[in-house]
Design a protein around this ligand. Sequence first.
Ligand code: NAI
Ligand code: MG
Length: 361
Amino acid sequence: SNPSLLILPGDGIGQEVMAQVRRIVEWYGDKRGLKFDVEEDLVGGAAYDAHGTPLHDDTMAKAQEADAVLLGAVGGPAYDDLDFSVKPERGLLRLRKEMDLFANLRPAQCFDALADFSSLKRDIVSGLDIMIVRELTSGSYFGEPRGIFEENGQRVGINTQRYTEAEIDRVARSAFELARRRNNRVVSMEKANVMESGILWREVVEAVHKADYADVELSHMYADNGAMQLVRAPKQFDVILTDNLFGDILSDCAAMLTGSLGMLPSASLGAPMENGRPKALYEPVHGSAPDIAGQGKANPCACILSFAMALRYSFDQGDEATRLETAVQQVLADGVRTGDLMQADDAQPVSTAQMGDAILA
Ligand code: NAI
Ligand code: MG
């Protein structure tokens, strides 16, 4: 049977950009013989409007079954005053939590045509293609004890950086698997010089490497040096493996190497399912953009590139993923731009659908 794809457009521009992805998914079925069983459902505000909850149990069950989930964006001003328990974001958080998506993949890819949007000089970023694998479900943001406590007559704020061997092991495996689908190189970042969790991190990554991924080139770097290297010479990296806290900071830093929010895809992966594919949720980094929603102005590339990631990392279709990324790159090189990719003296912006047309062509 065909691999299954659950599409959750969500709110605002999520619906507009996902409409273009649907056309591309159909194109793959018609033109490349790559057919998917596609189901579409509601998430976020759209689900709240229909069911009074940002994620219906049936949708959650479908997500657990699907070979990959593709999400647009959730949220918007209409839902800002809702109770916290039914806010649109809760739908997304529930998906991530119940699917146990522990590896967050944030690529930083700089297409030559957009190099001038980067915060750095063109030479440093042009052709950049790196992937940050951030542990997403443990570490400083979750470790106990945490809280604000009284101590000797003053308050003390506490978070605990805590990683078990199993948590490090599984995210390391995700990074090595990815590296094999890319350029076979992993740099693991921690602070083993000053942190116990960093020492364990390095040991476990070494052990996983030795046991099962000796074909992948592995090196280690202190995370502070990593931040510096990302800005100094980012092209030295392929896959960067790091924890939740360092990954949060390093991935935002890397995102600005490439320029526009409308171009940034992401993926969150969990444990392998029975068919060997990891549980997976693919989504653009951007939100529902209420300021331009419903106007046909949104850039669909981030969502389209998220589907390219699904092709590569869920469906083992690396060549087809490259085909799609190359099409996006070509369209940009031809000067086809949505409004967010325009500089002052550029030509007229194209619409969301026209961007889809150009990529399909
Ligand atoms: P946003 O990412 O929606 O928008 C930030 C700015 O970037 C806006 O000016 C927007 O027009 C522009 N922008 C974003 N994506 C674009 C695209 N594809 N093409 C062209 N321009 C684009 O972030 P903001 O404004 O902070 O949040 C808006 C809503 O989205 C909120 O309700 C927020 O909670 C939600 N949100 C949802 C996320 C998700 O679903 N994963 C992530 C971030 C925010
Ligand atoms: Mg962040």
